[in-house]
Design a protein around this ligand. Structure first.
Ligand code: NAP
Ligand code: MG
Length: 483
């Protein structure tokens, strides 16, 4: 029988054992804020230190297992997890606010990360010879790095934990996972399913104060690698706190992605839907959502009119209801922040059109619901444009000269993703060369379909390498063996 998350509510995992914490906090349903979905343990400093002791001790054996064995275990665990996807959907929706469709997609992708990672492992692991003109023969071999900490955010807590923890485990590292306090239950429940397939101590999950746990993990020299996904602000603290122990840091940070619409863009139905969902998927709480639109003045009226119509069709409500196109914002802080940005924009003289439909008027006030808004007549320097709004509101700014659009797009510390909308692919490539971002999409603003392909953010959006091979490269050291 599959155990349910209620069994691990308020618990954390160290050395294969689920431990009940005395110190706990409620996890709230953002669509129904009076509803408590479960509890999250607030681990103490000592408990975090013990997780490192255990992960360090377990590393010796796990790192020496054959890759074939690790791949086999991972495949068995993936199969078991795949049987629980349906059951996990409601839990995920209730603690996060995503819709059923969004939640299921994320959960399936986690299983895929496990399967694909396991399938890739052997080929990737095999030593490779370097072509050398000298007599000496040189092999490139891999070895795991050691104890790896994975710290993940609340906006897409499942995939952003799995994308890091799974390759780390497959490469032979032991892990300490620290999910976000707002949204830890599906992560905990999934690792309750997965962890027993592995030797105790291979996977440990601690929860609670990000700043305390983060400090402990960053300052502990036994931890070799930290994979962090979250805000740029926290990423900077991690760099600071880790400096004394010189670790490998993989930081996937914030974004303020621009979309540039050229005069020759074909704004048909498909394109308008892509822009709309590029802005609104997961209620805008996506690191690589479109967060600013720069449109040529000749297209301004047309795009606003078409987006207005499309935004009108968006139904906002409890993600558990199949009719909801988007759910609530995840937490009060985020909700208040997005409202504040709207207020600032209004005071600055921007035109705000609030659109979309309420799925259920009666329960509207009971959740962090927000209708989507188009914001025009807004200055490029305004806070809504320069900050990462993480909500269902989008500023649209006209430009005359494409050079101004490029300058405005690059006028940010962020550099995650960008998109160019035009009927001329060559022009898009030319523009892409000028845009300071980790990846550029042409007539789309999405993710890479193939799990093996992604590109990290540049500037203050990240510090990492390409995550080809599902990230296995990030969690191993390549070393030379010469004979
Ligand atoms: P956050 O506040 O930075 O928190 C992320 C994680 O770090 C949470 O687990 C948090 O724990 C923990 N944390 C908090 N303070 C810490 C500290 N001082 N040291 C170490 N860890 C600490 O980010 P968020 O608000 O959860 O997530 C939204 C942000 O993530 C956005 O900026 C978004 O763009 C970014 N993001 C980036 C990517 C990407 O791939 N580039 C993907 C998704 C999201 P608590 O929950 O306990 O505070
Ligand atoms: Mg913005």
């Amino acid at each position: 029988m599959i155990k349910t998350y209620t069994d691990i509510s308020g618990q954390y995992l160290i050395d294969g054992e689920w431990i009940e914490s005395e110190d706990i906090k409620d996890v709230i349903n953002p669509a129904q804020i009076n509803e408590i979905v479960g509890k999250v343990a607030l681990c103490s400093r000592e408990e975090v230190r013990r997780s490192v002791d255990v992960a360090k001790k377990s590393f010796k054996n796990w790192s020496r297992t054959e890759p074939q064995e690790r791949a086999d275990i991972m495949k068995r665990a993936a199969k078991r997890l795949s049987e629980t996807v349906e059951e996990h959907v409601p839990l995920f929706v209730q603690e996060n606010g995503k819709t059923i469709v969004e939640a299921k997609k994320d959960l399936l992708r986690c299983v895929e990360v496990m399967e694909e990672g396991a399938n890739t492992l052997l080929d990737w692991w095999n030593p490779k010879y370097i072509d050398s003109k000298a007599e000496q023969s040189v092999q490139i071999r891999k070895r795991p790095q050691g104890v790896t900490a994975v710290i993940s955010p609340w906006n897409s807590p499942m995939i952003l934990t799995f994308k890091r923890a799974i390759p780390a485990i497959l490469a032979g590292n032991t892990v300490i996972i620290k999910p976000a306090t707002n949204c830890p239950l599906t992560v905990l429940s999934s690792f309750q399913i997965i962890a027993p397939f592995f030797p105790p101590g291979t996977i440990n999950v601690v929860t609670g104060s990000g700043s305390m746990i983060g400090k402990e993990l960053c300052q502990d020299k036994r931890i070799r690698t930290i994979a962090f996904t979250g805000s740029t602000e926290t990423g900077k603290k991690i760099i600071d706190m880790s400096s004394n122990t010189v670790k490998k840091l993989h930081l996937e940070l914030g974004g303020n992605d621009p979309a540039i619409v050229l005069p020759d863009a074909e704004l048909d139905n498909t394109i308008i839907k892509r822009i709309t969902m590029g802005v609104l998927r997961s209620t805008g709480q996506v690191c690589s959502a479109i967060k600013r639109i720069y449109v040529h003045e000749s297209k301004h009226e047309e795009i606003v009119e078409k987006l207005r119509k499309e935004f009108e069709r968006i139904v906002v409500g409890n993600g558990m209801q199949p009719d909801a196109t988007i759910g609530p914002l995840n937490n009060k802080e985020q909700y208040d922040y997005v409202y504040k940005l709207l207020e600032i924009s209004r005071k600055d003289g921007a035109k705000i059109e609030t659109l979309g439909q309420k799925l259920d008027d009666d329960s509207w006030e009971e959740g962090y619901f927000m209708l989507p808004s188009l914001v025009t007549n807004i200055d490029h320097k305004s806070e809504l444009v320069s900050s990462e709004q993480f909500g269902p509101i989008i500023p649209i700014i006209s430009y005359k000269d494409i050079e101004d659009a490029i300058d405005m797009a690059n006028d940010t510390e962020f550099g995650l993703k960008a998109s160019v909308w035009t009927s001329n692919k060559e022009k898009a490539k030319y523009l892409a060369d000028q845009l300071e971002s980790g990846a550029v999409f042409y007539n789309n603003h999405t993710v890479f379909q193939d799990l093996d392909i992604d590109f990290p953010g540049i500037k203050q959006s990240g510090l990492s390498e390409e995550t080809l091979y599902g990230g296995l490269d990030l969690f191993s050291d390549s070393y030379g063996f010469a004979d």
